[in-house]
Write a protein that binds this ligand. Structure first.
Ligand code: FES
Length: 105
């Protein structure tokens, strides 16, 4: 299972997914730079990604806590998600996400 991560330089990175980890942890382990300052605690918004709109309906909706944390970001869009709140499974094999400026290290 793979996810395509478009990094801050615009490069497409194919990230092999370990389903026991969150999307943020998978991105970090792949070596693609992502700040993820709070380590997955849903408290910082520095793991903020934009999900390709074609994939939005395959993800469960944002929780209230995710919604609150995302509001710290300067550029929230309808397809904004915190990657530490996404638990990958087979249904999102091939998902495409673009890192937001919030993830810059
Ligand atoms: S890593 Fe901090 S909110 Fe996701």
């Amino acid at each position: 299972m793979k996810v395509v991560v478009i990094d801050l330089e615009g490069a497409r990175n194919e990230v092999e997914i370990d389903p026991t980890l969150t999307l943020m942890e998978n991105i970090k382990d792949s070596g693609v730079p992502i700040l993820a300052m709070c380590g997955g605690g849903c408290a910082c918004s520095t793991c903020h990604v934009y999900v390709d709109p074609d994939w939005m309906d395959r993800l469960p909706p944002r929780s209230d806590v995710e919604e609150d944390t995302l509001s710290q970001s300067g550029d929230v869009r309808p397809n904004s998600r915190l990657s530490c709140q996404i638990r990958p499974d087979e249904s999102i094999d091939g998902l495409v996400v673009t890192l937001s400026e919030d993830t810059r290290e």
